[in-house]
Design a protein around this ligand. Sequence first.
Ligand code: ZN
Length: 306
Amino acid sequence: MKWLAGAVLFLTACAAAEAPAQPETITPVLETPATQPSGVQASGLSCAGALTQGGIALCRATPGAEILIAGEAAGRADEQGWAVIGFNREAPESIRVEARAGDQIAHADLTIAPRQFDVQRVDGLPQQTVTPSDPAVRARIRSEAALKAQGFASMAPMTGFLDGFILPVEGGRVSGAWGNQRILNGTPSTPHFGYDIAVPTGTPIRAPAAGVVTLANPDMHYEGGLVFIDHGQGLITMYLHMSRLDVRVGDVVRQGQTIGAVGASGRATGPHLCWRMRWRERQLDPSIAVAGLATARAELVDRQIN
Ligand SMILES: [Zn+2]
């Protein structure tokens, strides 16, 4: 259950970093980090997408093939042979993806582009928000961690990721980059695994891809109003600090459907959407997914035809 503790820590860091002491970078939200779709083709396995740290890719394999990433089981390709894979912040330069179907094993060695992450110091935070010691608060954090673990454990048979992702809010500016190393009150903390978009309270949040809601809670200690959507194959997106929730656990949402509204609930000092993405315990950069999945499917279909 090591990752569970990690989840609590990163959420602490995210919330704390939204204090006024944080320097804000101003970037138009549509200028997502540039990622060139590229890929590697091997007999029985072909992958394309954002091959970079925090990135995401689509693979085409034999339908039902068992997928392994760096030797680790990572589910199965669906009935059409599609499989989604992701790369965490510390992903090495080369990652081997395997597809096993019967006694056939195909593999592709993907080259993962490294990224530079800034170090951000945030000082003057109430110490209780960095290292909570109040027993009641700690008990609440524990029970909410269990709730989140439940939401993450979902493996819905959805294929929402195949249609690519749209941005969940229109306009705004990036108020917190993904992956930055955080030093809170002088203590090195876990990196920021959110992509923060500053928009006014009440701005509708749209499902960026079809999926099923696996967590919908209006009042979490760190996150405030919080929603998780499972898009299939363990790819889950998260929406923090919401002012209104329009969905409940078990709801199936379509791409573009309003799931609630932006707010500043939980530990946030101003209205913004903290958007997060996770695939099988790896934290991914959602802005990279928007860029990376847009062309990956078409590229793989193209390769198959030619
Ligand atoms: Zn955030």
